[in-house]
Design a protein around this ligand. Structure first.
Ligand code: NDP
Length: 286
């Protein structure tokens, strides 16, 4: 069996187009354009690419882009002061700080300073807590984008054995919560997991976000499983590679995401979706 490709590039393009149309509609009705502030501290090359892509996506969707690039030596106090300013600005609906931040800045302090109702990355403990208690408000973009992709397969998640490999705050843990909320039976694996091949081989759905090229071998995959590869690894020759051994896994899976063109494009589209939700839908009770 050769798997169907879950085309994140196409699904993300569709989502961005529907967002653009909704923004046009709301603006025609007198509402403001969603405003997104992406704060980048320093010049990490990978972050520069992400921030540029976010800026382009923002403009194409008809958003107001209020991105700020700060010098690497900017103090934590100055970053916090900028967040306070953006929190108080009614034209700004979403605020994110591009990670990683330079070492002298405490990422947790930054995340906690963003107002939970403008936390469009969904990393604030308030929003993580809401996701964990089935009162989702703003969910982390990459796992939420995966849920949008899974919905496209038409396969009900209820009762599936789902294995999430990787337990980070931005990928694995919120992914586990999203799947649990859909009544999948979820196992989450990390670097201390015993017998990962066995865990993966029992899964109807595998989501991998580890950061090690081809780490999940194709022959671990159960026949007919859905395979979602969140990993993005840049190889020495400049190409991108996922965490799953794609060529072998695709012969066993029913659905599989490619890298590139799988989960990657969904993250920015979901960021726009979250920002639009703040602008037009969310009733902030804080
Ligand atoms: P982290 O380094 O924060 O987390 C990696 C996770 O993998 C940890 O939970 C770690 O376990 C686990 N892990 C490490 N080695 C093993 C192992 N041998 N077996 C099982 N688990 C292991 O990475 P991120 O979550 O930030 O990113 C993961 C990948 O996803 C990267 O390739 C990144 O580029 C990609 N990514 C892609 C995005 C997208 O838009 N598509 C967005 C975000 C990330 P432990 O907890 O025990 O340390």
């Amino acid at each position: 069996m050769s798997a169907k490709i879950l085309d994140g590039k196409a699904i993300a393009a569709e989502l961005r187009e529907s967002i653009r149309q909704e923004v046009d509609k709301q603006v025609a009705a007198g509402k403001p354009r969603p405003g997104l502030a992406v704060i980048m501290v320093g010049e990490d090359p990978a972050s520069q690419v992400y921030v540029r892509n976010k800026k382009i996506a923002c403009e194409k969707a008809g958003f107001k882009d209020v991105s700020q690039v700060l010098p690497a030596q900017t103090s934590q106090e100055d970053v916090l002061a900028l967040i306070d300013e953006l929190n108080a600005d009614d034209t700004v609906h979403g605020i994110i700080v591009q990670l990683p931040v330079p070492e002298h800045i405490n990422a947790e302090a930054i995340i906690e300073r963003i107002h939970p109702c403008k936390d469009v990355d969904g990393f604030h403990p308030y929003n993580v807590g809401r996701l964990a208690t089935r009162m989702m408000q703003l969910a982390p973009c990459t796992p939420h984008g995966v849920m949008t992709m899974l919905a496209k397969t038409g396969i009900p998640l209820r009762g599936l054995n789902a294995v999430v490999v990787g337990a980070s705050n931005i990928v694995g843990v919120p992914m586990m919560l999203e799947l649990l909320n859909e009544r999948a039976t979820v196992t989450i694996c990390h670097s201390a997991t015993k017998d990962l091949p066995k865990m993966v081989s029992e899964a109807d759905l595998v989501v991998v976000g580890v950061g090690i090229p081809n780490m999940v071998k194709g022959d671990w995959i159960k026949d007919g499983a859905i395979v979602i590869d969140v990993g993005i690894n840049r190889m020495e020759d400049g190409t991108l590679c996922g965490d799953v051994e794609f060529d072998v896994a695709k012969e066993k899976a029913s659905w599989i995401t490619p890298v590139p063109g799988g989960v990657g494009p969904m993250t920015i589209a979901t960021l726009l979706e979250n920002t639009m939700k703040v602008a037009y839908e969310l009733e902030c009770k804080l």
